[in-house]
Design a protein around this ligand. Sequence first.
Ligand code: GRF
Length: 221
Amino acid sequence: MRIAVLASGRGSNLRALLDAERAGRLGGGHVIAVFSDRVHAGALVAAREAGRHAAALAPADFASREAFDDALFDQVLAVAPDLIVCAGYMRVLSANAVARARGRMINIHPSLLPLYPGLRPHERALAAGDVEHGASVHLVVPAVDSGAVLAQARVPVLPGDDAQALAARVLVREHPLLVAVVRAIAEGQLTLGPDALAWKGNPLHAPLSLDGDDRLEDSAR
Ligand code: GRF
């Protein structure tokens, strides 16, 4: 399974995928290329260190979001990815870009969606007094952080947490969550389509859960 990754930042989720691939834990998934909207993204360093194709486009060089996304997705689709993973990609995608990747693009977001899509999810979970927080991997649709949720990892909110401490606790679980989802897709256990998700051949009605052994389980069963 050919995987393209979009990332804007330090790239720890990308590194988790690359580490899993090297260790033979990505179900035959292979990260072939990494794309960024930030020339200095740590994710590009990680990609180059691993000998993968790494490319950045600067939004300032384009007249509109659509023009930027058209150029970006020309490059992304040119590597013929079976799966596109947004791993800390911080730009809103235009509807046309999403349509071009429909049914084969996923995103990881640090909240228990549908709670707290968009910015500052950790701050918002703390402000709401939540006792539980976490991360979600979902299909990408035109609205931000709104596609069907494939799987989630939960963490407790602890007394005295600030946003930084909570984000760090979530990040530790983001990595095995993303690896488990990508692996399940590569192995054909989890199937994506433009309209339907399936887990082991059955329609997926509720997000899978990451258990303590970093395995996905069907929480609805
Ligand atoms: C992660 O928390 C991801 O969920 C969010 O941005 C962060 C990216 O971290 N969307 P990294 O670049 O993978 O280290």
